[in-house]
Design a protein around this ligand. Structure first.
Ligand SMILES: Nc1nc2c(ncn2[C@@H]2O[C@H](COP(=O)(O)OP(=O)(O)OP(=O)(O)O)[C@@H](O)[C@H]2O)c(=O)[nH]1
Ligand SMILES: [Mg+2]
Length: 419
């Protein structure tokens, strides 16, 4: 069982497949595939080719149309002929058991979808017992409805060439021949054991949290790779792992931060991403409890990312799903140092796109929309950090006074400054 969480992170080659539909135009599909490529890169795969197809919606049998699937197969065969093995084909949406089965039959290489790829990265990143348990459970949740596929497939292989467990055998990590003996019930038992274990961890964590004393809790939330951990390190002078890959953080870390005379707790959490299935989010419940129990959310946004507005929406939607939509929050626009824009010629009368907006104009728009609830910084270049601390101080103080009205010893210094 254990091998499920072991990742296969080698430099394999990957082919990406996405759809252009009525609700997802070409530009959007490109952005999705860029992100999928970044995910693949994070998992250790090199993308060598992309296929897209214009359709009304995904084909229920093969995701893409039959012709397109043949085109992909021809490409894989040609590459193999030229001794450039294709390691996997990654689809941008979650595939059903039926789609997986049919696609695998046709392409005969490892097939992944966005969900199983994200799960793979999570498996790679999981450090603590809690995170590992959550990932394993999420992997079984993904596998269970797709078990049928494994059976059919293995049956066919058993009667055929006898190569067994070949490269087309599994979409997820790990399961080898022993899969044959693994029956739904064993998986279900294992799942309930994992759930039990998580419930125990949850109880411990709840006790830990309740022992933290009378301090306001602030949680850093946001899309993956926006700079949450970098900001955490800066504010808490800690050393949380940060890097330019997706889902660098999987486990929540909590640090005590003191601004002037005001201590509060700051937590760094797992990043969100588009098309993340809700039950996967649910698997990370205990990680996300930190967000649920926070008094203030700092929503960190990468303003230098071309898609940051959609990322804001994804994060807000996920927060709403978690029941945190109404929490006090503040947007921290990060990476202002990396913001790029193209100035339009004065005689260019075509309407400007979002690439023509200067940082100053963008700031004006958002300040107008959110009033004092947003701030612009660079965590890496340490720009505007003093300003952020000031705003944070005011907000945390306000919340602290509301929540602990009799606990006023913290504000000696502040009171002195009052006229
Ligand atoms: N240019 C620039 N890069 C930054 C800034 N802040 C963070 N980064 C970079 O952005 C990348 C991601 O930073 P992290 O702090 O790991 O981001 P995160 O939000 O914690 O990401 P996950 O944990 O993966 O969700 C790193 O390469 C950082 O060095 C900034 O202000 N400007
Ligand atoms: Mg992080």
């Amino acid at each position: 069982m254990k091998e499920f969480v072991i990742s296969e992170a080698q430099a394999e080659t990957a082919v990406l497949v996405g759809l252009v539909t009525q609700t997802q135009d070409e530009r959007k599909t490109k952005e999705y595939l860029d992100e999928l490529e970044f995910l693949a890169h994070t998992a250790g795969a090199v993308t060598v080719k992309r296929f897209t197809q214009k359709v009304n919606g995904p084909n229920s049998v093969t995701y893409v149309g039959k012709g397109k699937l043949e085109e992909i197969r021809a490409y894989i065969e040609a590459e193999e002929e030229a001794e450039r093995e294709i390691g996997m084909v990654i689809f941008d949406d979650e595939l059903s058991a039926k789609q997986l089965r049919n696609i695998e039959k046709e392409l005969k290489v490892k097939i992944l979808d966005r969900t199983s790829l994200i799960l793979d990265i999570f498996a790679m990143r999981a450090q603590t017992a809690n995170a590992k348990t959550q990932v394993e459970l999420a992997q079984y949740r993904y596998m269970l409805p797709r078990l049928q596929r494994l059976w059919t497939h293995l049956e066919r292989q058993g009667g055929g060439s006898g190569s067994g467990g070949g490269k087309g055998s599994v979409g997820l990590r790990g399961p080898g021949e022993t899969q044959l003996e693994m029956d739904r019930r064993i998986i279900l038992n294992r799942m309930s054991l994992l759930k039990q274990r998580l419930a125990d961890i949850d109880r411990q964590k709840t006790t830990q949290r309740s022992n933290r004393g009378r301090m306001i809790r602030v949680a850093l939330v946001g899309y993956t790779n926006v700079g949450k951990s970098t900001l955490m390190n800066l504010l808490a002078k800690s050393e949380v792992f940060a890097e330019n890959k997706l889902f660098a953080t999987l486990d929540t870390t909590v640090r005590k931060v003191i601004i002037d005379n005001l201590p509060f707790l700051l937590s760094d959490t797992v990043g969100f991403i588009r098309k993340l299935p809700t039950d996967l989010v649910e698997s990370f419940k205990s990680t996300l409890d930190e967000v649920r129990e926070a008094d203030l959310l700092l929503h960190v946004v990468d303003i230098a990312h071309p898609d940051f507005e959609e990322q804001i929406q994804v994060v807000e939607k996920t927060l709403a799903d978690l029941g945190c939509g109404e929490k006090p929050s503040m947007i921290v626009f990060n990476k202002i140092d990396a913001y790029r824009w193209v100035e339009k010629d004065e005689d260019d009368l075509t309407p400007g796109g979002k690439e023509n907006v200067s940082l100053a104009d963008l700031m004006k728009t958002w300040m107008a929309r959110r009033s004092e609830n947003c701030i612009f910084i660079s965590a890496r270049e340490k720009k505007n950090i003093e300003e952020l601390k000031k705003v944070l101080y005011a907000k945390v103080r306000e919340l602290h006074v509301q929540k602990y009205p009799y606990n006023d010893f913290l504000f000696d210094k502040y009171e002195e400054d009052e006229p």
